[in-house]
Design a protein around this ligand. Structure first.
Ligand code: NAD
Length: 335
């Protein structure tokens, strides 16, 4: 099998590429990534001498290049490439539409032309909007995106659906909850808080800190996508979630406790506009149809994640010394 994986130098994509090469010793992967601020080739260091992995720096909106790459005997396309940070989408929404909508379209066109056997669109539970205190997102929940990020992801998802309905393209859409684990860019909640706690810097928490997210360890996400690729019924959406709903402040306090740092480092900051209150995902369909089960609870996953960030401080301090800091100052001011 030959896979084209997009966004494979990012957080989940790089974990997925390593997972698939490990699980399927006969698979080859073409890894396409534009290396935006979020793409980091250092994530793929362990694959430097792996002849089954080819990295190509390219933009998924480049239709001719996507056509050329997919024409090289690609069987399966897995699309992770995206602008993925909600805060950035509030500041500069246009690049989100470009990559998340137009980029998906370029991939779909090439996939259709070259008769691939599966197209998996990796999407997010954020397309469903926000939940009240009860209930869970199912695959039937209407799409009600609230941020430019989630709206652009919903746009991409709808094109994927339409390519199945109109052209019979064999597609699946996966929608998952918040991922965490190794190689997550240090602007996202968990690595941001770990890095600040280690440096005894304040930990900025939005609003009252009681927004709830449903946390999924990245390796569990990868194993679910592997099952979707091989067993997913064409045209179907599969929700992937770890049944690990936690408030943001619980996450932050867990990190502080595990690192032996005081809660006084927490600083509540003005809430993000349109901040969804609660996400909770119902993965029952993925579990019953595909036999998927997450291996990690939040408690085991956060321990492994903290260890990884402690063991790989060079990885994230190199990121923090670049563009990231200018962005951070724009977002939170200097502190
Ligand atoms: P990420 O930001 O870490 O990685 C995205 C990657 O895409 C980067 O390597 C970047 O260089 C690349 N990219 C961006 N624009 C591109 C373009 N135009 N052409 C080619 N490459 C481009 O994101 P992530 O957290 O790994 O998320 C991967 C996917 O999973 C995204 O589609 C995201 O919407 C989805 N998702 C993520 C989460 C999460 O918690 N991280 C949750 C739900 C869904």
């Amino acid at each position: 099998m030959k896979l084209l994986v997009t966004g494979g130098a990012g957080f989940i994509g790089s974990n997925f590429v390593m997972y698939m090469l490990d699980q399927h010793p006969d698979y080859e992967i073409i890894n396409v990534d534009a290396l935006t601020y979020a793409g980091n080739l250092e994530n793929l260091k362990s694959l430097e001498n792996n002849t089954r992995h080819t990295f190509v720096k390219a933009d998924i909106t480049d239709a001719a290049e996507m056509d050329r790459l997919i024409s090289q005997g690609v069987d399966i396309v897995v699309n992770f490439a995206a602008e993925s940070h909600v805060d950035r989408s509030i500041l500069e929404p246009d690049v989100f539409v470009r990559t998340n909508v137009n980029g998906t379209l370029a991939l779909l066109e090439a996939a259709k032309k070259h008769h691939i056997t599966k197209f998996v669109q990796v999407s997010t539970d954020e397309v469903y909007g926000s939940l009240g205190p009860t209930g869970l997102f199912t695959e039937e929940t209407p799409l009600q995106p609230n941020s430019p990020y989630s709206a652009s992801k919903a746009g991409g998802d709808l094109l994927v659906r339409a390519y199945h309905e109109t052209f019979g393209l064999p597609v699946n859409i996966t929608r998952c909850s918040n991922n965490y684990g190794p190689y997550q860019f240090p602007e996202k909640l968990i690595p941001l808080m770990i890095s600040h706690a280690l440096a005894d810097k304040t930990l900025p928490v939005y609003g009252d800190g009681l927004n709830i997210r449903d946390w999924l360890y990245v390796e569990d996400h990868c194993s679910a996508i592997d099952l979707v690729i091989h067993q997913g019924r064409n045209g179907e959406v599969y929700n992937i979630g770890g049944n690990n709903e936690r408030t943001n402040v619980h996450i932050v306090k867990t990190i502080l406790e595990q690192l032996g740092k005081p809660d006084s480092l927490i600083k509540y900051v003005q809430d993000r506009p349109g901040h969804d209150r609660r996400y909770g995902i119902d993965p029952a369909k993925t579990m019953s149809e595909l036999g998927w089960k997450s291996k990690h609870t939040f408690e085991t996953g956060i321990k492994e994640t903290i260890h990884w960030y402690l063991d790989n401080q060079e990885w994230w301090t190199r990121i923090q010394s670049g563009v990231y800091q200018q962005y951070y100052a724009k977002q939170y001011g200097s502190r």
